[in-house]
Design a protein around this ligand. Structure first.
Ligand code: SAM
Length: 203
């Protein structure tokens, strides 16, 4: 495979728009509903953070708004995590499958909104992650509700990564008050120079 068609970082390959499989899928689809049309850069920063603070091997991980699933695939490949990605946009599924195939690893996928997760379902996971998932004002309160439910269900660590949009900071304000959340600023230099914010909540 031509290396221009993917970016490799921490042992995982991220699809580029030029990949023939991506181009074929985009031709077949009529566009996406909620921005699941590429791997977003917050994923790379979260991978870098998780490389420093990894989950226990074989942890169960939930990736909300997973898109093409890069961070989940990284955790599955590097830490034998059992990852479930959920996304409201079912059209991300074939891109996730293509990226899983490229990396020869697997994660589960469910097409659904994070608002539908129940306490019983959440109690199955040790780690909840989300990258670039708090991008509209209307998302702040449902995300806060989800994080609250997840902590009540016994999830040990919750991490939301973001470029720093206002709805994310509104979520941070709520979570600092309610759960003593912390915000980490993290910069990576490869595969691009970029800086993002990670809200980390430890139970
Ligand atoms: C900006 S993209 C980020 C995708 C991926 N996390 C990444 O970093 O590459 C936001 C994703 O959230 C999904 N999404 C939006 N609202 C959602 C919801 N209520 N429940 C689950 N997924 C949602 C979108 O379909 C999209 O794939």
């Amino acid at each position: 495979m031509n290396q221009q068609h993917f970016v490799e970082y921490l042992g995982i390959k991220a699809l580029r728009a030029s990949h023939p499989g991506v181009r074929r899928l985009k031709r077949q689809q009529n566009g996406h509903s909620a921005h699941g049309n590429k791997v977003w850069r917050s994923s790379f920063v979260l991978m870098d953070y998780l490389h420093s603070y990894p989950p226990e091997p074989s942890s169960k991980v939930l990736d909300i708004g997973c898109g093409w699933g890069l961070t989940g695939l990284f955790l599955a490949q590097q830490y034998q995590a059992e990852v479930t990605g959920i996304d409201i946009d079912h059209s991300v599924a074939p891109f996730l499958a293509l990226q899983a195939e490229l990396n020869q690893c697997v994660m589960n996928f469910q097409a659904r909104g994070f608002e539908t997760l129940t306490r019983t379902e959440l109690s199955d996971y040790q780690l909840l992650i989300g990258t670039d998932i708090c991008f509209w004002d209307e998302m702040t309160q449902p995300l806060f509700n989800l994080l609250d439910l997840a902590l009540n269900a016994g999830v040990k660590r919750l991490i939301i990564a973001d470029p720093g949009r206002p709805p994310f900071w509104a979520l941070v304000d709520l979570c600092v008050e309610a759960f003593a959340a912390e915000v980490v600023t993290r910069r990576i230099y490869q595969p691009w120079k970029t800086e993002k914010y990670l809200m980390v909540i430890e139970a």
